[in-house]
Write a new protein. Structure first.
Length: 628
């Protein structure tokens, strides 16, 4: 029955006086057990940051061989991909709305290459994400290894300029994942060296493509490729096959805000078991394969609310061949048309509001907990460590069962409910403090082993200026060495932690740390009379310090271990050997709810966008919610 409820999809508009966002005290009951949490959260102030990413304001903008694209290049509106076949004249225009064409590599061998560039350039259209580069593969059809000729980049520059979004470094994160053992032998179990070893692979791809690239991720590697100078636009292929799309875009949004790169949307017709296509010819008909129309539609609208510059279906607009965009509209084509008409009628959604930054180390190499090529691994082959399980646990709070994307026929995990809303982005430790300040809450959500004094200074400035920083003992010891944080004792499984008059029993054991803290520190939670969570005011902000290593159990727990993706372990939930301690999760939950502007109930996902109307003293919200 679960699948029957997936067709609820609504966008709600609110025009009203802004809520009291000074503090979300109303989220907590008035009983004495919660007094300490009420007082804590009364000091956390949500932020409405109404400004879109503007690449021209970033120092990286002038350093790139081809400057990153800005909203002005897209006419300050979301554009739509109308198909893959680039038109030469009016008769060849797609039968679905859109000014964007997204060809494969065969376009580079098209005899009408220059003529088609001239036509779409003259009519204000876009050439997007020319794909099909496959390193090491013989070039055949529209796929394989090739080098873009200099005369072709000159032609694109001449006739399109900034209406070209780049050659596609597409799915290379997945290809690299599958080929790294052949590239790096022996394997190097060191995160810094893994990062350095990955660079030649992607640099080679970019060089062959003239260093004029857009990226399309399918699995991971989000921040690294956006940091490089050759990327001018970024997106992720969303589907019920590999990484959950919500997780992909929480990384891409954070990376885009860090490095000044806008993002586009992309919806694949594939899932684990095939692809969807509509045709009256049995040779091409795949109606009962691929993702559901519901998932396609929800993905389209969520990516619009994510502030995607472009929305793209992979294929399937019209009946017939895989990439046909002329003729009888399919249900995919009708869905695409409805969305384009919706955007035409209602305009842009306003800036997506995200209140929480999950901060990970630049060299983390983090990968989702389970996927097509591995389980509990980073950098393609290194086993998760405690910091990686913390990252996984934090992401799971926002997107429960995200790692099941591609494992369930009913699309569990492909798009998840959002208990706190889609209210978080992933930042890496090289983020500037100006970016950190966009978020009222920031969590040390991994092992921040490489940031050093620079990261410490940024975090301290962030807190001093009003931010709330949630951190566990191992990371805090690096940032505040003067607190002399070290291990105290091991609390056995079954330990009772008190928060006010509430008592929480821990399923697993954990390491308790001690510290010499400032006099103004307030104890929020204790175990056996010793502090386990403290609140430390600093400047205008505060530090919530968990005196545990990473907020997790210390010894692994028994957990459900279904077969891997390659072994056919489908329709089964994956457990975890390590998870958030109950008391730490309780405190994090209260803080996250304190910056949650809207609630929609269980089983739903919600995205909040914000517009400030200059002529009226109200605030305008667009809220998107969908069933899971």
């Amino acid at each position: 029955m679960r699948i029957l409820y997936r067709y609820l999809l609504s966008i709600v508009f609110f025009l009203s006086n802004a809520p009291d966002i000074g503090a979300s005290v109303q989220l907590f009951s008035a009983d004495k057990e919660n007094n300490c949490m009420r007082e804590l959260c009364s000091r956390i102030h949500p932020i409405l940051y109404p400004y879109p990413v503007e690449p021209m304001e970033y120092p990286e903008y002038s350093r790139r061989p081809y400057p990153a694209l800005s909203w002005s290049d897209f006419g300050h509106r979301t554009q739509f991909v109308a198909g893959r076949n680039v038109p030469l004249n009016e008769a060849e225009l797609a039968d679905v709305p859109g000014l964007v064409y997204r060809p494969g590599a065969s376009f580079l061998k098209d005899r009408e290459f220059t003529g088609k560039l001239q036509y779409i350039g003259k009519h204000g259209m876009y050439l997007h994400n020319i794909g099909g580069y496959g390193p090491g593969s013989p070039f055949y059809g529209s796929f394989g290894e090739y080098i873009v000729a200099e005369w072709q980049t000159e032609q694109i520059r001449k006739y399109l300029g900034r209406r070209f979004t780049g050659f596609d470094v597409g799915e290379q994160d997945g290809r690299f994942n599958f080929t790294y053992k052949q590239i790096m032998e022996p394997y190097i179990p060191d995160r810094r060296r893994q990062y350095l070893a990955s660079q030649p692979y992607f640099d080679r791809v970019a060089a062959d493509l003239g260093n004029w690239c857009s990226s399309l991720s399918v699995l991971w590697y989000w921040h690294y490729i956006l940091k490089e100078g050759y990327t001018i636009l970024a997106g992720a292929e969303t589907q019920n096959k590999i990484t959950n799309g919500q997780v992909q875009y929480m990384h891409l949004r954070g990376a885009g805000k860090q490095y000044g790169i806008l993002w586009f949307g992309d919806v694949s017709v594939f899932d684990t078991w095939g692809y969807k296509n509509y045709s009256r010819d049995e040779k091409y008909e795949r109606v009962n394969k691929g993702g559901s129309l519901s998932l396609f539609k929800r993905s389209y609208y969520t990516q619009y609310m994510y502030n995607a510059t472009i929305l793209s279906m992979e294929s399937g607009w019209c009946e017939g061949h895989f990439a046909n965009n002329k003729g009888e509209l399919t249900p995919i084509g009708k869905m695409h048309t409805d969305c384009a008409n919706f955007v035409e009628k209602y305009g842009q959604p306003g800036s997506m509001v995200t209140q929480i930054a999950l901060l990970n180390d630049f060299y983390s190499g983090w990968m989702p907990a389970d996927h097509i090529a591995g389980r509990f691994q980073v950098w393609n082959g290194m086993d998760y460590e405690a910091g990686d399980f913390l990252t996984d646990a934090m992401i799971s709070l926002f997107f429960p069962n995200y790692e099941r994307s591609g494992f369930f026929h009913d699309e569990t995990g492909a798009m998840c409910e959002t208990p706190y809303g889609e209210n978080a982005d992933i930042l890496h430790s090289d983020a500037r403090v100006e970016v950190m300040r966009q978020y009222p809450v920031m969590v040390a959500a991994g092992n921040l082993f490489s940031g050093g004094m620079e990261l410490a200074d940024k975090v301290k400035e962030y807190v001093h200026e009003g931010g709330t920083f949630i951190v566990t003992a191992e990371n805090a010891a690096r940032i505040w060495p003067e607190w002399k944080i070290d291990k105290s004792r091991t609390v056995p499984a079954g330990g009772i932690v008190r928060i006010g008059e509430n008592e929480l029993v821990e399923r697993g054991n954990f390491e308790l740390y001690r510290a010499s803290l400032p006099d103004e520190a307030h104890v929020l939670a204790t175990v056996g009379g010793e502090p386990v969570v403290v609140d430390i005011p600093a400047g205008k902000g505060q530090i919530l310090l968990s005196l545990t290593a990473y907020g997790l159990n210390a010894a692994p727990l028994e957990y459900n271990k279904p077969p891997t993706w390659m072994q056919g372990g489908f329709n089964t939930f994956l457990g975890r050997p390590y998870g958030l301690l109950n008391h730490f999760r309780s405190i994090v939950d209260a803080v996250f709810k304190s910056v949650q502007l809207f609630e929609v109930g269980e089983g739903l996902g919600v995205i909040v966008n914000y517009l400030k109307k200059a002529l009226i003293p109200q605030h305008y919200y667009k809220i998107f919610f969908l069933s899971t």
